[in-house]
Design a protein around this ligand. Structure first.
Ligand code: MC0
Length: 149
């Protein structure tokens, strides 16, 4: 696999959704994605589902469906600002070592949202680059739980 000097690949695209079950049904029944994983992440204020083409995480680029646990959560506020509708909220790039990647990104002048990575889907470690420093896209950075780091 050919990699950039920081990122390995697009890990997932994250959609804010208003109804998780309905969104899972659409993505599996109509689009043909497979449901790989589902969990509640109270720290992030979401109930989320990962969909892909294989059997387990991590794999090829996935789709992440993010439903707000409450209106004050990040996703709840994003949906409210988006006229009450869902949509693409983030794109996530995969790294092998999130501590090294974070240090390098800071050195290159972007603001990260957290002082230390937080826990994301499936026990992964996650960080975000502020959308004001990326041209308007919220970029998540993930070190999958199974990367061996
Ligand atoms: C806000 N902005 C965005 C944006 N959210 N721009 C692009 N994409 C987004 N998703 C812009 C707004 O339009 C606004 O620009 C400015 O940022 C401030 O927005 P705000 O509405 O005042 O919102 P804040 O400042 O309260 O929060 C924005 C911030 C927040 C990015 C800090 O969304 C955040 O902390 N995100 C990281 C966590 C997260 O997204 N968690 C949910 C996924 P203007 O020009 O109007 O000033 S959890 C997840 O993904 C986990 C489970 C996983 O993958 O494993």
């Amino acid at each position: 696999m050919s990699e950039s000097d920081i990122f390995q690949c697009v890990d997932h695209v994250g959609y804010a959704v208003t109804d998780l079950d309905q969104a899972i049904e659409f993505h599996t029944q109509v689009l043909g994605w497979r449901l790989l994983h589902r969990e509640t992440n109270t720290e992030q204020g979401v109930e989320e589902a990962m969909l892909g083409t294989g059997d387990q995480l991590p794999e090829n680029a996935q789709v992440q469906l993010l439903a707000p646990l409450n209106p004050e959560s990040t996703i709840g506020k994003w949906i409210a600002k988006n006229g009450g509708r869902g949509g693409i909220q983030q794109v996530c790039y995969r790294v092998a070592d999130i501590d090294a990647a974070s240090a390098e990104l800071i050195k290159r002048g972007v603001r990260l949202l957290y002082a230390e990575p937080k826990i994301g889907t499936g026990g992964s470690r996650i960080q975000f680059i502020h959308p004001k420093d990326t041209g308007g896209v919220l970029i998540e950075v993930v070190e999958p739980a199974t990367s061996g780091h």
